[in-house]
Each structure stands twice: as structure tokens, then as C-alpha cells.
Design a protein around this ligand. Structure first.
Ligand SMILES: Nc1ncnc2c1ncn2[C@@H]1O[C@H](COP(=O)(O)OS(=O)(=O)O)[C@@H](OP(=O)(O)O)[C@H]1O
Length: 359
């Protein structure tokens, strides 16, 4: 028996009572939307970074009445066998949305996979990208803990952290270890900056999201040009889990126990090595991101100052990207630090970008 009007039941399935009640609730919450209820490609993607709080970000965002999420990680743009299935397959994996709703999917592997930016660009050049970062050293440990946990579940050996992180031949941090490479955020971000304007990206601080979700989510609402709907009531601290959990009008929910595993104990000397190793990369990342923040703040200013600053910053950003492109294509004149045809801006820090990618 089809008990719901087709508007909320596009598949024409019949439902058990509990699901029926939940759908009615959803229907009443979503009745004010415009247009048709359709499956659409996402207009916003959480592209990473793995182990930085991507699941918490996605699930928290789903509380917003104008956001619908794809629950599972799609791995569409990074896995060949999925990408071959085509965009139509991808679209049909998405939730049903109204025209004024935002569809979000998250796959943290997108951030570090080389082919992905171009593939996403081909689908939608104006897509909004959410990127969440966390202390890179802690991220490596979290990554290691997760991989180790999975290996042990498959009766496989779990290597010692220090053996993976340090290269014994040179007594240095081993950049071939994937968990280390993933934490070199600025290097991966560059790949995205080659195609997407930085204004289409928003950076979430995973360490703040952990302790004050409302603060970070309000900034995401602003970035997505959504009405501010998140309130302090949507989040409560669960002392048993040690994390913030979420609530809406009908339910309270924490993330699964796969989040917040006890981290492997790490020798303080190795921790020091990792912290020192990541420091210059962090500096570059902060410079890249702060630059964006200044640029965005300008949009909140008005009048002549606004126009003047906007013009200046546009020029700066243009020069930044130009310099970056020249460095990456090898046409940048490194002896003078200047490109011959275009004047180099003086206000852009010279170490803003990594000179070349290491892998
Ligand atoms: N509210 C809330 N609840 C649970 N977990 C939270 C929350 N906010 C942030 N985090 C942190 O998210 C970390 C896992 O990150 P991801 O979801 O990106 O992991 S994954 O890449 O999808 O496997 C996970 O890292 P670990 O603690 O190292 O497991 C959490 O610290």
C-alpha cells in the first residue's frame, strides 16, 4: 500500500509504521521548499581531510533544513570502477532534494587523489568545496590508529608507528608513508587551487569543530549562503562518548564508536620530529588560508574602501595564482624570483606556496 503522496515517496515503496512516521515528520519539515523533488548531483562536497572530522561535519550539517546529505562515502571521483559507471549513476545515489536545498556528499580520499579535482571540475565548475583540517601530527596518529585497527580485524600485522613514520636510513620523517603525506595539507591544496578559485572553498578547523561545533557550523552556513538555523540546542556534550552529539526536533544522535578510538601511544621524541617536520608546511597553509580570510572579510565592508580593497585583493589573488602556475609549469624565473612578463606583487609572501610537489 502506498500511503504517502508521491511527492515524498518518489520510489513508490510502502513503509513500516516507524519509517512512515519519520517520513511524515520529514515531509512536514520540508513542505516549504520550492520546485520538484529530484535526485541531483551535489552542489557541495566535503573533499577531506581524512580523520579530521569529515563525518562529524557532514552529519552536523544534515541538521540544517536546507541541506540533504549522501550518507555513505561515494568514492566516485577517485575510484576508477565507480567513475566508469558515469555521472548518471552518481546522481542516482544522491538524496532527493528540492531546488532550494543543498546536496552534500563527503569522500575524504578526494583531497589527496590527483585525478579528482579535474573530474569534479568537469562535473561542476562552480561547486563549493569544504575542507576540514586538524593538527597534522594528531591526524597522522589517528590515521595510523584506524589503519592498524582495520588490519588487526583482518588478522594482519600492525607495524610499529615509529617504523612507519621515520625513515631509518636518514633518521627523518618518511614522506613515503601515506599518513604523513596526507598531512602535508598545503601540497594537496595546491592541486585544487589550479582549477578552483579559492572563493569556492571553505576551510573548517577540525580542532574547533570538536570543542565548539556551533562556531564552525555557523561559518559554513554563511559560506553556503544559507539562513542561520543552527542553534546551541542542536549540540550537546556526551561525557560518556567524550564528544559533541547532535539533536533535532525528533532525535538525538552521536557518531558511531569508530570515531574517537584510543590513539596509539607515541614516543615524545617522534612527536617532536613530526611537529618540527610539519611546521613549515603549516605555515604555508596558514598563509594560504589567511589570505582567503582577508579577501572574504572585505565583502563585509561597504563604500569606497570596499571597492578599493576589492580591486587590490583581486589583483593580488590573480598574481598569486599566476606565480603558482608559473612555478608549477617551470616557467617561473627562480633566479630573480620574478616573472619577466608580469610584475610580481610585493604584498604576497614569497613562501606562500610549496615550490614543487614532492609526489
Ligand atoms: N562530534 C564528534 N564526534 C565524533 N568524532 C568527532 C566529532 N568531532 C570531531 N570528531 C573527530 O572526527 C575524527 C574522525 O574523522 P573523520 O570522520 O574525518 O574520519 S574518516 O576519515 O571518515 O575515517 C575523530 O578522530 P579520532 O578521535 O582520532 O578517531 C574525532 O576526533
Amino acid at each position: 500500500m502506498n500511503i504517502l503522496p508521491t511527492r515524498t515517496n518518489p520510489l513508490g515503496h510502502s513503509f513500516p509504521q516507524s519509517i512512515y512516521r519519520r517520513l511524515l515528520q520529514e515531509q512536514s519539515e520540508r513542505k516549504n521548499h520550492s520546485g520538484n523533488l529530484l535526485q541531483r548531483n551535489p552542489n557541495c562536497i566535503i573533499i577531506g581531510v581524512r580523520k579530521c572530522g569529515t563525518r562529524a561535519l557532514l552529519e552536523f550539517l544534515s541538521i540544517h533544513p536546507n541541506i540533504q546529505i549522501s550518507k555513505s562515502e561515494m568514492h566516485f571521483f577517485n575510484k576508477e570502477h565507480n567513475y566508469k559507471k558515469g555521472l548518471e549513476w552518481y546522481r542516482k545515489e544522491m538524496p532527493y532534494t528540492y531546488e532550494d536545498e543543498i546536496t552534500i556528499e563527503k569522500t575524504p580520499a578526494y583531497f589527496i587523489t590527483k585525478k579528482v579535482p579535474e573530474r569534479i571540475y568537469k562535473m561542476n565548475q562552480t561547486i563549493k568545496l569544504l575542507i576540514i583540517f586538524r593538527d597534522p601530527t594528531i591526524r597522522v596518529i589517528s590515521d595510523y590508529t584506524q589503519v592498524c585497527h582495520n588490519r588487526m580485524a583482518e588478522n594482519k600485522t600492525c607495524f610499529q608507528f615509529k617504523d612507519l613514520v621515520m625513515n631509518p636510513m636518514i633518521s627523518k620523517v618518511d614522506t613515503d608513508y601515506r599518513a604523513v603525506d596526507t598531512s602535508i595539507y598545503c601540497k594537496h591544496l595546491l592541486r585544487w587551487l589550479r582549477l578552483f578559485p579559492i572563493e569556492q572553498m571553505h576551510f573548517v578547523d577540525g580542532d574547533i569543530l570538536l570543542h565548539n561545533p556551533l562556531h564552525e557550523l555557523r561559518k559554513v552556513e554563511t559560506f553556503l549562503k544559507l539562513e542561520h538555523k543552527f542553534t546551541a540546542d542542536n549540540f550537546y556534550f556526551n561525557s560518556t562518548r567524550g564528544f559533541y552529539c547532535m539533536r533535532n526536533t525528533t532525535t538525538e544522535r552521536c557518531l558511531s564508536s569508530g570515531k574517537g578510538r584510543r590513539h596509539a601511544k607515541v614516543d615524545p621524541h617522534i612527536l617532536d620530529n613530526l611537529r618540527t617536520f610539519f611546521q613549515p608546511y603549516n605555515k604555508r597553509l596558514f598563509k594560504m588560508i589567511n589570505h582567503v580570510c582577508v579577501y572574504r572579510c572585505v565583502f563585509f565592508l561597504h563604500g569606497t574602501l570596499y571597492l578599493w580593497l576589492r580591486k587590490r585583493l583581486r589583483k593580488e589573488l590573480f598574481n598569486c595564482r599566476l606565480e603558482l602556475a608559473l612555478r608549477l609549469t617551470g616557467t617561473h624565473n627562480s633566479s630573480t624570483g620574478n616573472n619577466l612578463e608580469y610584475p610580481q606583487t610585493t604584498s604576497v609572501p614569497t613562501d606562500l606556496y610549496v615550490k614543487e610537489e614532492t609526489s
